[in-house]
Write a protein that binds this ligand. Structure first.
Ligand code: CP
Ligand code: NVA
Length: 313
């Protein structure tokens, strides 16, 4: 077993106060700048996670989350191992709690991508080491850390900015809702009525002081916005693909819609993207697109998130 202090989990951005969130974003930015030009596999000179090992469990596919956490641990001086839940006894019915107890004896932290958010919570409740949510059906906090880093790189302090979300009221949007009151940005959301974000998440963000508008008009959501964000119309595990493909075409982000945003507006997408569906190819690959910086920033944000979990921030 590891630290005597309770483990610092990162299951949702609601766990972070403004000081924690700021510390993570500042640490990510500083480390990114400090290692510019270094080979990607070289460790940061201070190796703050020397000797630590992260286990990753995936119940769903991943490219960015898997690689960014693995390389993050190498750059911090530690190491990582990646497991598919299907290859583990989890896939044969061993409970998440028992798995957590066992892994807590062998590794220093666990990142999980799970079908059910409750399974990540159950894992964390039984773990003696920090647990990070690498995406669930409910939220994707590590993605939004990278997104906020990307926004601030281009536009400066996110406080007072307007972020327009067009498309599905999904897990990625939920994490934007979680951080909105903490960092003080406004969210303008346009979704088909049946795919709106959960009212409890919207109400919680508003109750904590965030300005959140929810509607079904992409043009109104995007008007004058600083940032325009979308995501796939069919997330991993969504059973209703046919209905979604019917409902979402009016919510595609194309050049005409981007013209309604502020002239300096940036386009974001957590990826993977589907050109010709939620985003047109010209927007995805155009001058306003920040998607490749956003993907790279997964690495820098994950390093800082890991340091926070290890109480190194
Ligand atoms: N954005 C994101 O989480 O990508 P992966 O599914 O490839 O990890
Ligand atoms: N909303 C998407 C994000 C993928 C990174 C999904 O859950 O599949």
């Amino acid at each position: 077993m590891s630290d005597a202090a309770p483990p610092r989990h990162l299951l949702d951005l609601t766990a972070l106060g403004a000081a924690d969130l700021r510390a993570i974003l500042n640490q990510a930015r500083r480390r990114k700048q400090a290692r510019a030009g270094m080979p990607k596999g070289a460790s940061d000179p201070d190796r703050p996670c020397d000797g630590r090992v992260l286990a990753m469990i995936f119940q769903k596919n991943s490219t960015r989350t898997r690689v960014s956490f693995d390389v993050a641990m190498r750059q911090l001086g530690g190491s990582a191992l990646v497991m598919s839940a299907n290859d583990m006894q989890l896939g044969r019915g061993e409970t998440v709690e028992d798995t957590a107890r066992v892994l807590s004896c062998m590794v220093d932290a666990v990142m999980i991508r799970a079908n059910r958010h409750e399974d990540i919570e159950g894992f964390a409740s039984a773990a003696d080491v920090p647990v990070l949510n690498g995406l669930s059906d409910r939220s994707h906090p590590c993605q939004i850390l990278a997104d906020l880093l990307t926004i601030e790189e281009r536009l400066g302090d996110v406080r007072g900015k307007t972020i327009a979300w067009v498309g599905d009221g999904n897990n990625v949007l939920t994490s934007f809702l979680h951080a909105a009151p903490v960092l003080g940005y406004a969210l303008r959301i346009a979704t088909p009525p049946n795919y709106a974000p959960r009212t409890q998440d919207v109400h919680a963000a508003r109750a904590s002081g965030a300005r959140v508008d929810v509607g079904a008009d992409p043009g109104a959501a995007v008007a004058g916005a600083d940032v325009v964000v979308t995501d796939t119309w069919v997330s991993m595990g969504d059973p209703d693909k046919d209905e979604r493909m019917q409902a979402f075409p009016p919510f595609a982000v194309d050049a005409e819609l981007m013209q309604r945003a502020a002239p300096h507006a940036m386009f974001m997408h957590c990826l993977p993207a589907h050109r010709g569906e939620e985003v047109s190819a010209d927007v995805m690959d155009g001058a306003q697109s920040a998607v490749w910086d956003e993907a790279e920033n997964r690495l820098h944000a994950q390093k800082a998130a890991l340091m926070w979990c290890f109480r190194l921030l």
